[in-house]
Write a protein that binds this ligand. Structure first.
Ligand code: FE
Length: 298
């Protein structure tokens, strides 16, 4: 009987795990998958007293669970094959971007990045990109409404600058964490080895690219759905020198505001220290999702 109780506990945990995942990916409640999980919940609730179940009832339960498991597996395989991104979030309305919360406290990345830098960087600099992006979107909407595009060049530049600033900083916060560092693993490490030769060769290239950004900007590791390989890019400011149709996987802010208060003009030391706070799990997750997107190769 203990074996069955363990089995039931495993099923309950598994059910919870899948539901948490679907919630985190904002899968629409109308999606068939929820119905299947609800069926499983009903089955589990029907066996709240497993001790009173006979062998036949338990086998029956096991069969139902097996069927649901198969259904779920084919559901996820299908979604992966068609490269569906699991996001059914309502889109961002024009001019309604928001500053995302930091996934850790302002002092969490010390001693590598000081509390003061993080606070200013997040609340002042990133906020100004959010505000600038919203303003550009609203002004371009007004231009469309009025049919007056006399300032389209200005607002398009603002859109590119602030939009790229907002999106890149949002990624930047997510790809760091306290006690980070080390190396990636799994498919990302394989892909790094395949394209750059080794992790050390990649790290050397990325570090040199970051140090050599002219003026202010970023170093970026990107996935190219077209070439179907990784690449390292530099960006001046937030949006110049980009290679469009690529997806940033790992990004490093080398604007002076990201390090000057602590490192003065020693960007190299900042870049070297930054590697200690990379959240490779987050980078891997970005890579896993991005690499599902594949265009016809040319
Ligand atoms: Fe920045």
């Amino acid at each position: 009987m203990e074996r069955f109780q363990n089995y039931i506990k495993e099923v309950i945990d598994w059910n919870d795990h899948i539901k948490t995942f679907l919630n985190s990916e904002n899968i629409d409640r109308n999606d068939d998958i929820w119905e299947k999980l609800d069926q499983l919940t009903n089955v589990i609730e029907g066996i709240s007293k497993p001790a009173e179940l006979n062998q036949e009832q338990l086998l029956n339960l096991q069969q139902q669970v097996d069927h649901l498991h198969d259904d779920l597996e084919s559901y996820f395989t299908k979604r992966q094959q068609i490269g569906t991104v699991y996001i059914n979030e309502p889109f961002v309305n024009i001019g309604e971007h928001k500053l995302p919360p930091l996934p850790y406290s302002y002092d969490a990345l010390e001693p590598y990045i000081s509390r003061e830098i993080m606070r200013l960087h997040h609340t002042k600099h990133h906020q100004s990109y959010v505000d600038g992006l919203n303003k550009a979107e609203k002004n371009l909407k007004e231009a469309r409404t009025k049919g007056d595009f006399s300032l389209v060049k200005h607002w398009s530049r603002e859109l590119a600058f602030h939009g790229s600033g907002h999106y890149l900083h949002t990624v930047f916060w997510d790809i760091m964490k306290p006690k980070g560092g080390g190396k990636p693993s799994g498919a990302l490490l394989q892909e790094i080895n395949k394209y750059f030769g080794s992790f050390d060769a990649f790290k050397k290239h990325f570090t040199e690219a970051a140090k050599a950004v002219e003026g202010v900007g970023w170093a970026l590791l990107v996935w190219s759905p077209r070439a179907r390989h990784l690449e390292i890019l530099q960006s001046e400011r937030h949006m110049l020198l980009t290679q469009w149709d690529t997806i940033p996987i790992l990004v490093l802010d080398v604007w002076e505001h990201a390090y000057y208060l602590q490192y003065k003009n020693d960007r190299a030391e900042y870049v070297n220290n930054w590697w200690n706070i990379v959240n490779w799990r987050a980078v891997e997750e970005r890579f896993d999702k991005a690499s599902q997107l594949k265009w016809k190769p040319f």
